[in-house]
Ligand binder design. Structure first.
Ligand code: GUN
Length: 293
């Protein structure tokens, strides 16, 4: 039997539709949520992601601007830009697209974003609030995965949830969210990482398996418990001369074989990706509400 395919585009659409009354209410107060994205350099994947973020904002009635800076931009210049955006009352959300060029200290830049405008949820204040279960900006990809589960009636409560990867953007914050005593969470969480000796031993016990390792085919069929929910966070470019762009996107999960054992699975593209963008729009609307109340 083949797994149910979890449709990220459909859930993202629901998230946007649920936001419409909040956006309308802000409009009545003459507030248009505004996101400023800062893109340094020309990383091709970043250019595409930033374009998608801007398009989503415009489609749902937010305003958005992308500041494009050259690869050679000095760290000091970028920090000044961030400070200006922090002080601009018309800007509700600030996102500095990663990765930044090597000569720039990313942590210093992310830490400079005001926590109340940190719609990526990367500032230590928001990370700390997330860890202790307080209201905060949750990072968009983990928040998006949680919404994917909720909208597909998959309740992590009491389940064994295994996360592959401990990145600061996905694996670690998602594990923290899932262990909390809250609706849409309350799972027993295992995190596998490069220090784990036998990854398959753990993944085979997962009721919900979240692959965020950044490696093609990190999850094969024999690593998955029959009937498990498999969430693929991977977004890897692989050469494909038959594709128009010369490459295609694949996840961390060997989709073709894992869908034969899993109970439900997210595709790449069309699974987690659209949710990340929807949650960025969600966070920007929440920022506008808080900053204008
Ligand atoms: N680069 C890849 N994913 C992200 C993200 O979620 N936020 C930012 N700022 N940069 C990214």
């Amino acid at each position: 039997m083949s797994a149910k395919i979890i449709d990220g585009k459909a859930v993202a659409q629901k998230v946007y539709e649920n936001l419409v009354p909040e956006i309308d209410q802000l409009g009545k107060q003459k507030v248009i949520p505004h996101l400023t994205v800062v893109l340094v350099g020309e990383d091709p994947a970043s250019v595409v992601y930033v374009g998608m973020k801007q398009k989503a904002c415009e489609k749902w009635g937010l305003s958005s601007e992308t500041i494009r800076l050259s690869e050679e931009t000095a760290e000091e210049e970028l920090l000044k830009r961030v400070e200006r955006l922090n002080n601009d009352p018309n800007v509700h959300g600030i996102l500095v697209q990663l990765p930044l060029p090597k000569h720039i200290n990313s942590k210093k830049v992310l830490d400079a974003i005001h926590p109340d405008k940190d719609v990526d949820g990367f500032h230590p204040v928001n990370r700390g609030r997330l860890a202790v279960g307080e209201e905060c900006f949750a990072p968009c990809t983990p928040a998006g995965i949680q919404q994917l589960l909720i909208h597909n009636d998959i309740d992590p409560r009491g389940k064994h949830l295994v996360v592959l990867g401990r990145s600061a953007i996905v694996g670690m914050p998602f594990a923290i969210m899932m262990m909390q005593k809250k609706p849409g969470a309350n799972a027993t969480v295992t995190v596998c990482h490069t220090g784990t000796t036998d990854i398959a031993k753990h993944t085979q016990q997962a009721d919900i398996l979240v692959a965020a390792a950044g490696h093609v085919n990190a999850i094969k069929k024999d690593m998955v418990k029959p009937g498990a929910v498999v969430i693929d966070v991977g977004s890897n470019r692989v050469d494909d001369p038959s594709a128009k762009r010369g490459f295609r996107l694949v996840g961390d999960v060997d989709f073709q074989e894992v869908k034969e054992v899993a109970g439900a699975i997210t595709p790449v593209p069309g699974g987690v990706g659209p949710m990340t963008i929807a949650m960025l729009v969600y966070n920007t609307v929440q920022a506008a509400k808080r900053l204008s109340s």
